[in-house]
Unconditional design. Structure first.
Length: 126
């Protein structure tokens, strides 16, 4: 059986004071500030060091056929298409960051339309 304890007035006051101190301490705690995040993903921070343009250049130089597999067209067809529509897909540099070069934009667009992968999987290819 459970026993019910009765408190006298001094114990009630002490219990109420202890409860007040504990609860007020919890309420006065400042919320922990979250660490600020960069507006750019860390994956894209190293774009200067080895970017997709370098990767595409390396793929074009190799006779392994990896460029054709990536873009689903030959390097000469890619260059021809880039000359035809490069001006239309080029973007200007802004204060917020460098724009993505036309070669990368075209390669990603070709990869997206050729493979049918989801849009979320594209950053892992470039």
């Amino acid at each position: 059986m459970s026993e019910i304890y009765e408190l006298d007035s001094d114990e009630e006051v002490a219990f109420a004071a202890a409860t007040f101190v504990l609860l007020s301490g919890e309420l006065l705690k400042k919320p922990v500030k979250r660490k600020r995040r960069f507006w750019m993903a860390s994956l894209n921070k190293n774009r200067k060091r080895y970017n997709a343009s370098d990767m595409l250049t390396d793929l074009r130089k190799e006779p392994s056929g990896k460029f054709e597999n990536f873009c689903r067209m030959s390097a000469t067809d890619f260059e021809h298409l880039l000359c035809r529509i490069g001006i239309l897909i080029a973007r200007r540099e802004t204060n917020m960051g460098e724009s993505i070069p036309m070669q990368e934009r075209l390669a990603v667009a070709l990869r997206f339309s050729a493979t049918g992968d989801s849009y979320a999987s594209l950053p892992f290819f470039v």
